[in-house]
Design a protein around this ligand. Structure first.
Ligand SMILES: Cc1cc2nc3c(=O)[nH]c(=O)nc-3n(C[C@H](O)[C@H](O)[C@H](O)COP(=O)(O)O)c2cc1C
Length: 366
């Protein structure tokens, strides 16, 4: 039987050859927001992973929206030119479609790179003021962010639109909004981090207001044929936080403003969140969102084996699978999955001789 994982899917006007997506992954290797040669290496390799869609890492829509000094941004002409160079490089050697995740780190900004400990920057490290819905720190040892004023709300909304326009000029095929992992838009959605006294807080409908304003504004800037998506939270994994039912409510509202797909992730809202780190950890949430809203649904989180991914798609729990660490570990994950599942994948001509039909020695586990 034909593989479900390797069946095509259309998002808005974009045709994807299969259901495999390279999840956005921060590389902490940018220079004041501009992609570097590391991005040529990293994205250039993953553009030939066999995934039909490669999503560029969380990209700060304003300078202070970066997580670390090394995070990618799209707030300057230099950032835009550097991204365009990397995308042109990927296109030269790969037919994979390329998306970008637009983000604002909110109260989790101004941090050290993971390999420097990931803690908040000290003043001597050129730290910056963070902003959030409410002046509640991410956790012990984190500085309280400044509560966003109406001017901040407008500036950041405009920054999302401006960054989307820069991404279009740089040549992306799809745009995604980061509404998960405790960053700014997630922190508006979650009752853990949003305690405002204005129209952006209270019931879920009020907490969704700001992310939906941004989705609506970005939708207006992105051509209809181009998919707009959002990574959302399936579960805050914390008492009093967002639940799978909230994910359904938010996904439906996103769909209503013209968002074409969601990616279901979870966790990250505070240092107290206790995610259940088991295989397929977000699949139940994705299944619920897909069933109850009908929006094209991607799922991510501890999916690493081809047959595991195949089952999720074949059983209709999700429409697409995003993989992060499995792709770093094996940048040809999709090629090997194709072999395991008896499917075809396009290789660059330089690597065609590695096709299993030409190389009897190739066998991979499932
Ligand atoms: C190095 C690294 C960087 C990441 N950066 C991002 C990011 O930029 N945006 C995002 O939404 N998730 C990010 N994540 C989370 C992954 O996209 C993914 O959701 C998570 O790792 C779970 O999937 P996995 O089990 O396939 O790794 C990152 C993960 C890793 C390992």
């Amino acid at each position: 039987m034909a593989s479900a994982l390797f069946s095509p899917i259309r998002l808005a006007g974009l045709d994807l050859a299969n259901r495999i997506v390279v999840s956005p992954m921060c590389q902490y290797s940018a220079d004041d927001g501009s992609a570097t040669d590391w991005h040529l290496t990293h994205l250039g390799a993953l553009a030939n992973s066999g995934a039909s869609l490669l999503v560029v890492e969380a990209t700060g829509v304003e300078r202070r929206g970066r997580i670390t000094h090394g995070c990618l941004g799209l707030y300057s002409d230099d950032n835009e030119a550097a991204l365009a160079r990397v995308l042109a490089h990927c296109r030269r050697y790969s037919g994979a479609k390329i998306g970008i995740q637009l983000a604002h780190a909110g109260r989790k900004a101004s941090a050290r790179r993971p390999w420097e400990g990931g803690q908040p920057l000290a003043a001597a490290e050129d730290s910056w003021e963070t902003i959030a819905p409410s002046a509640i720190p991410f956790g012990p040892g984190w500085p309280p962010p400044r509560e966003m004023s109406p001017d901040d709300l407008e500036r950041v909304r405009d920054a999302f639109v401006a960054a989307a326009k820069r991404a279009l000029r740089a040549g992306v095929d799809a745009v995604e909004l980061h509404c998960a992992h405790g960053y700014l838009l997630h922190s508006f959605l979650s009752p853990i981090s949003n305690k405002r006294k204005d129209a952006y807080c209270g019931a879920m409908s009020a907490r969704m207001r700001y992310p939906l304003e941004i989705a609506t504004a970005v939708r207006a800037a992105v051509p209809k044929r181009m998919p707009l998506g959002a990574r959302i939270t399936g579960n805050d994994w914390q008492e009093g936080g967002l639940t799978p039912a909230d994910a359904v409510t938010f996904a439906q509202a996103l769909k209503d403003v013209g968002v074409n797909f969601v990616c279901i992730s979870s966790g990250g809202i505070s240092t107290d969140a206790r995610p259940s780190l088991v295989a397929n950890m977000n699949v139940e949430f994705a299944k619920k969102v897909k069933k109850e809203t009908g929006i094209a649904t991607r799922v991510v989180g501890l999916i690493a084996r081809p047959k595991q991914a195949e089952t999720i798609i074949a059983e209709g729990h999700a429409d697409m699978i995003a993989l992060a660490r499995a792709m770093l570990d094996n940048p040809h994950w999709g090629w090997q999955a194709a072999q395991v599942l008896g499917a075809e994948v396009v290789r660059p001509k330089q690597y065609e001789r590695a096709a299993p039909s030409l190389w009897a020695g190739a066998t991979y586990g499932d």
